[in-house]
Design a protein around this ligand. Structure first.
Ligand SMILES: [Fe+2]
Ligand SMILES: [Fe+2]
Length: 130
């Protein structure tokens, strides 16, 4: 299992996004480290955080008229649906399956997403303000 911790080199230059990314990674790591008994509740916290985190980015995209809003929102929707599928695996007792998802797939996804869509959204927003 890989773990990824937020460090300043992951900053996208927008404070609320950096805060969300730090919290996101802390919750991912808490899921990875959780006992089987604690994983369902922590997975729910990760999901609830992610819904709010994505909504805040989408509000920024709306405010700034970000050109790739549909692409970025579509990816958020895909990830939330994927999380709901893995949450259903937890309910069926496939704890190891869900743990592998949050420990491997989610961190890899986060880095790619941060480097592409989130960075582009933040850079575009900064240009609107300047
Ligand atoms: Fe994000
Ligand atoms: Fe995003």
């Amino acid at each position: 299992m890989s773990t990824l911790t937020w460090t300043p080199d992951l900053s996208v230059g927008v404070d609320f996004m950096d805060h969300d990314h730090e919290e996101f990674l802390a919750l991912v790591n808490a899921c990875v480290a959780a006992s089987d008994a604690d994983l369902p509740a922590l997975f729910d916290r990760l999901y609830d955080h992610t819904v709010a985190h994505f909504a805040r980015e989408e509000a920024l995209m709306e405010q700034t008229g970000f050109f790739a809003i549909d692409c970025h929102k579509g990816e958020h929707g895909r990830v939330l649906a994927e999380m709901r599928r893995f949450r259903a695996h937890v309910d069926k007792g496939n704890i190891a399956f869900a743990r592998a998802y949050v420990g491997d797939q989610v961190p890899q996804w986060f880095i790619l997403h941060r480097n592409t869509m989130d960075s582009a959204t933040a850079a575009f927003a900064a240009r609107q303000v300047a």
